[in-house]
Design a protein around this ligand. Structure first.
Ligand code: PLP
Length: 422
């Protein structure tokens, strides 16, 4: 029972360097966050040792009396937090949650309609290389190139024409409030199930700051590690009050898609759901939105195009088409200044999805470490300084070095885990 550093020095060094990177780099990837110590304690616990195939009270293994309590707590908290009457907390990830819902509701070859990956949807919403695009007859809606908002009329037209059995709403890169009711109305009209994947905004929904899809969707999936700030993992929820549907969903997770649940992760999900019920969490989510809006305003003032003209949530997309800068180059230049973002396709993008002409910027992680709106505005200014320089012949190396210093200063003022450890 040696400590990791004594047993496996090379691995321990790589892990320590990642911890350090998380402290000294500014994290603007919209899907990332810093989980609390309590979440990590649960996730790093002895519950990792337990096999518990099945569900609380109905397991295929002995010795499950305590993990039954853990899973029952997680389920109850998830239901209370989101106003659901059904929760499955076992999916290992968001993709697994979506795969289980597909398995429960549709058969291979059936028609499905989801948001295109290039327009902000997720791989599992019907993208060609994913199971959802390979095994199903997937059609895709997207954004109106003029407004940068979801083209609802086109989505409805596709639904009427192709009569999908499943419509998927939800996104990985969209900064506006989605009209969940409009999705449900068209689903009812064409006889489709509606799945809302709220992975990105689950924390905002939990805090009551983004409209909940629960009253509208038949089934809702989410990850637990983005704005929700829990461990990596997935959940399935519903408020449809349909026991036969819930039985199908449970069967699709286990034994349909998965074997034994990750009980240590389920314990960590239970912690995160509890944290999300606090007033502090509501204040945090409000700050996430305020910070995203403060940053988006700076980009607009500095002459950059923000897709849809702003944000209502935790992220926004910057289009660099007019500046002639690629997302790939911008991502690399910011990375050299210790600012982590991701390149992202934008409407009318002339570049391939690997190169792109945009950046996706999100504020959940910087807000967790305590950045306020003024600091976020300043940070957006540094990013613009680098992008401005990148568009010149001289390049951005000099500006990157100056910004790297500013980043080091602000990160040392806002430690993530370091302070609590000392
Ligand atoms: N759904 C959406 C909307 C996402 O953005 C993501 C992750 O980026 C997923 C599902 C997949 O989650 P995971 O990476 O846990 O499989």
């Amino acid at each position: 029972n040696q400590k990791l550093a004594d047993y496996d020095a090379s691995l321990a060094v790589a892990m320590a360097e990642e911890v350090s990177r998380q402290e000294i780099h500014i994290e603007l990837i919209a899907s990332e966050n810093y989980a609390s110590r309590a979440v990590m304690e649960a996730q790093g616990s002895q519950l990792t040792n337990k096999y518990a195939e099945g569900y609380p009270g109905k397991r295929y293994y002995g010795g499950c009396e305590h993990v039954d309590q853990v899973e029952a707590l997680a389920i109850k908290r998830a239901c209370d937090l989101f106003g659901a009457d059904y929760a499955n907390v076992q999916p290992h990830s968001g993709a697994q949650a979506n795969a289980a819902v597909f398995m429960a509701l549709v058969s291979p070859g059936d028609t499905v309609l989801g948001m295109s990956l290039a327009h902000g949807g997720h791989l599992t919403h019907g993208a060609a290389p994913n199971f959802s695009g390979k095994h199903y007859n997937a059609f895709q809606y997207g954004l109106d190139p003029q407004t940068g908002e979801i083209d609802y009329a086109e989505m409805e037209r596709l639904a009427r024409e192709h009569k999908p059995k499943l419509i998927i709403a939800g996104f990985s890169a969209y900064s506006r409030v989605v009209d969940w009711r409009r999705f449900r109305n068209i689903a009812d009209e064409v006889g489709a199930w509606l799945l809302v994947d709220m992975a990105h905004v689950a924390g905002l929904v939990a805090a009551g700051l983004y409209p909940s899809p629960l009253p509208h969707a038949h089934v809702v999936t989410s990850t637990t590690h983005k704005t929700l700030r829990g461990p990596r993992g997935g959940i399935i929820l519903s408020a449809y009050h349909d026991e036969s549907l819930y039985k199908k969903l449970n069967g699709a997770v286990f034994p349909g898609q998965q074997g034994g649940p990750l009980m240590h992760v389920i314990a960590a999900k239970a912690v995160a759901f509890r944290e999300a019920m606090s007033q502090e969490f509501v204040r945090y989510q409000q700050q996430v939105i305020d910070n995203a809006q403060a940053m988006a305003e700076v980009f607009i003032e500095r002459g950059y195009d923000v897709v849809s003209g702003g944000t209502d949530d935790h992220l926004f997309l910057v289009s660099l088409i007019r500046q002639g800068i690629t997302g790939k180059d911008a991502d690399a230049a910011l990375g050299r200044a210790h600012i982590t973002v991701n390149k992202n396709s934008v409407p009318n993008d002339p570049q391939s999805p690997f190169v792109t002409s945009g950046l996706r910027i999100g504020t959940p992680a910087v807000t967790t470490r305590g950045f306020n709106a003024l600091e976020c505005a300043e940070l957006a200014g540094w990013i613009c300084d680098i992008l401005d320089a990148l568009a010149t012949e001289e390049g951005s190396a000099g500006v990157e070095a100056a910004v790297r210093q500013q980043v080091a200063d602000i990160c040392s003022r806002h430690p993530v885990y370091a302070e609590a450890a000392s």
